[in-house]
Design a protein around this ligand. Structure first.
Ligand code: MN
Length: 235
């Protein structure tokens, strides 16, 4: 039977070093995975088990884009994050086997309507309005494991209009990439096309229309996005 309408093709991410693309299925995001950021959010990093939330794949934004300032917020914030791209399926994998699932790594941004997220958090409501919305997941091209191996350490930095705002090291992750993959795979079978945003270091803050965000992680293609106007078309 014919569908009554057709949906757009699946979103896809760029892969460094060629024309191939990475079809994106789901986006998982780890919360509070750097101790200093957990403290700046008013939480104790020593007492919490890892947790995650999700974004639609349609929230992806390619490198170099201008993203509209989203509606219903007065506190639109950046979170620089390393992203794991999953290339093989796996459920309940051990940390020792987890990195076998990894296709590559990328620089990403978990853009956040902080006022809505904190209101939801404090009222015990879902985080979707604060975290999962159009244009909330910018990501630079994926660098394949085959082209540079796995990443356990290296500088992660974010600047706004050239001024450094986040400056940390991947080695400071509370749960490293293998532990993060193992954890999520206990709850959901990971599949090729899944992305995992691994959490942000301290220093998160707000942007306004006209700002330019640059994010770098040692060894990965850099990410730049610009913030567009509040009246930009969301249709
Ligand atoms: Mn985040």
């Amino acid at each position: 039977m014919p569908p009554v309408f057709t949906l757009p093709d699946r979103p896809a991410a760029a892969i460094a070093g060629g024309d191939a693309t990475f079809p994106v299925g789901r986006i998982f995001c780890i919360g509070r995975n750097y101790a200093a950021h957990a403290r700046e959010m008013g939480k104790d990093p020593d007492r919490e088990a890892p947790f995650f939330f999700t974004k639609w794949a349609e929230a992806l934004v390619p490198n170099g884009a201008t993203i509209p300032y989203p509606p219903e917020t007065e506190n639109f914030q950046f979170e620089a994050e390393m992203v794991i791209a999953i290339g093989k399926p796996g459920a309940a994998v051990s940390a020792g086997d987890a990195l076998d699932l990894v296709f590559g790594y990328a620089v990403g941004l978990d853009m956040t309507r902080r006022d809505l997220q904190l209101e939801a958090r404090d009222k015990g409501r879902p985080w979707d309005t604060g975290k999962n919305f159009a244009f909330s997941a910018p990501m630079a091209p994926i660098r394949r494991v085959a082209d540079g191996g796995h990443i356990a350490a290296g500088a992660i930095r974010l600047s706004v209009n050239g001024a450094i705002r986040q400056d940390a090291d991947i080695a400071d992750l509370i749960w490293d990439c293998a532990e993060t993959i193992a954890h999520i795979s206990r709850f959901e079978r990971l599949l090729p096309g899944d992305l995992i945003f691994t959490g942000t270091p301290a220093g998160v803050g707000a942007v306004v229309p006209g700002d330019v965000i640059d994010v770098t992680i040692a060894g990965l293609p850099p990410l730049r996005v610009s913030i567009g106007g509040k009246e930009a078309d969301f249709a």
